[in-house]
Design a protein around this ligand. Sequence first.
Ligand SMILES: Cc1cc2nc3c(=O)[nH]c(=O)nc-3n(C[C@H](O)[C@H](O)[C@H](O)COP(=O)(O)O)c2cc1C
Length: 134
Amino acid sequence: MTAAVYYSYTGNSRKKAEEFAKASGTDLIEVTMKKPYGKLSAFLVGCPKAMGRKSVPVNIDGDLKKYDSFAVFMPVWAGHPAPPFNALLEELPKGSSVELYLCSGGGETTTGEATKAFCEGKGIKLGGYKDIKA
Ligand SMILES: Cc1cc2nc3c(=O)[nH]c(=O)nc-3n(C[C@H](O)[C@H](O)[C@H](O)COP(=O)(O)O)c2cc1C
């Protein structure tokens, strides 16, 4: 069973995840940061963490164990998935598969292969990777 999961800082990934969930009839699960970034700290703290693929403490408003496949919607920060993505990877059931939708201002990222390898290292299969200009 598939769930749409998202983290969103300014609402774009939320909108895309909501549209996906509505169109496909899947459950929608939100990831939030326990200590959300402010405008400055998103850049000064969040971007280096994204580049280093570091985790941050998050809350997840659903039971991920009920699903084996996930459509994940995330913003791009400094060319990489925002840090809550790294936290989510720790919580997804091992062996599950992920279709990743990355929302960015530019609509292009060059880190897809590295993201795929990082997911595999966490026991997650990255089936698809799509850049969305949003
Ligand atoms: C801290 C920060 C870093 C960002 N870095 C990038 C970037 O490297 N490349 C890019 O194209 N967009 C970048 N953006 C723009 C966002 O990826 C884009 O606005 C995205 O749609 C935001 O998704 P959200 O509304 O779900 O948070 C950045 C935005 C923020 C806040």
